[in-house]
Design a protein around this ligand. Sequence first.
Ligand SMILES: Cc1cc2nc3c(=O)[nH]c(=O)nc-3n(C[C@H](O)[C@H](O)[C@H](O)COP(=O)(O)O)c2cc1C
Ligand SMILES: Nc1ncnc2c1ncn2[C@@H]1O[C@H](COP(=O)(O)OP(=O)(O)O)[C@@H](O)[C@H]1O
Length: 326
Amino acid sequence: MNCVKILSVRIIFDPTEISRPTAIALGNFDGVHIGHRRVIAPILPTALDDRHLTSTVVSFAPHPQEFFSNQPRQLLAPFEEKVSLLADLGVEQLVLLPFNAALAKLTAAEFIQQILIKSMQVEMISVGCDFRFGKQRQGSINDLQQIWGDRLTVIPEQTMNVGTSNQAVRISSSNIRAALAEGNIDLANALLGRPYNLLGEVVYGKQLGRTIGFPTANIAIPEAKCLPRDGVYAVQVLINNAHPYISGVMNIGMRPTVNGNLRSLEVHLFAWQGDIYGQRLNVELKQFIRPEQKFESLDALQSQIHQDCQSAQRYLDTEQLCTVPQ
Ligand SMILES: Cc1cc2nc3c(=O)[nH]c(=O)nc-3n(C[C@H](O)[C@H](O)[C@H](O)COP(=O)(O)O)c2cc1C
Ligand SMILES: Nc1ncnc2c1ncn2[C@@H]1O[C@H](COP(=O)(O)OP(=O)(O)O)[C@@H](O)[C@H]1O
């Protein structure tokens, strides 16, 4: 059988395995941000009157941009994370249409007939208002409207008012990537509707951290994961997804002080001791504290890390005070 099951989402690579008829949301949904969740909401089991429809997200793999440019894309949620986010929403099936030369050549009418009607028996569709499909992106919402009529939901462009100027910002994966690249974690988290997180296993580092009083868990994360700006962050961490959260401070960068030559991502946990090599950490980003620097000595680095811990702790304490229910 050419399908696997992670959590409760069936992941389909072979269109003959699709559970149908379907209610589908079409798109790549990188990061499953607030805008994506609005597109997916109308096809979730809780929103469907017709219980015979399988709640399905349809994406292309590889992403069409990746296929045409032959360049790997940096992702807000690499595959495993995306599946888990979709499962949390209640999506029952993820169909990954193999994007290749043959699929790229399908006209909009052929895509509708062969993929949506024949392969997937689509009864209901939800898309964002800028959705295009078929050869040279010629297919538009109108083509879908003609067939599905009021069984098509089109979600208008979603924006959010942010910052002191209350400026409207488009909720989009590219704006989240740009915010991360600037270290603007407030904006990235607001657009995502949850804290941006880095998930990975704890691996061995140079074992220097313990000698300066700040052991740091070095985390290996998927190559495709979109990283925020290099520097120091206040974070909240789960070990193997077990609560409660542990506060900490993270450095991401090249570690010029110790002549590092590979980008590393490491977390020092406050008021915590133990061996977590090989465990899985979920690191939620809360605030950018400062850029990475080259220090003259390990002593200078150590005293700066001490200050970083204080800044991070202050930020996390204030945030907690602000989120305690009244
Ligand atoms: C809060 C924090 C801030 C850091 N800032 C810097 C920095 O500005 N420059 C730098 O070269 N390394 C920085 N580091 C990385 C240290 O060089 C690194 O933790 C130390 O070399 C131990 O590495 P190890 O885990 O491989 O033993 C920082 C680490 C932490 C935890
Ligand atoms: N408070 C802490 N924060 C992070 N890691 C800790 C802490 N206390 C103990 N450790 C353990 O120490 C290791 C980090 O020590 P360190 O000397 O920096 O070694 P490495 O260079 O291998 O990361 C972590 O992987 C973890 O197993």
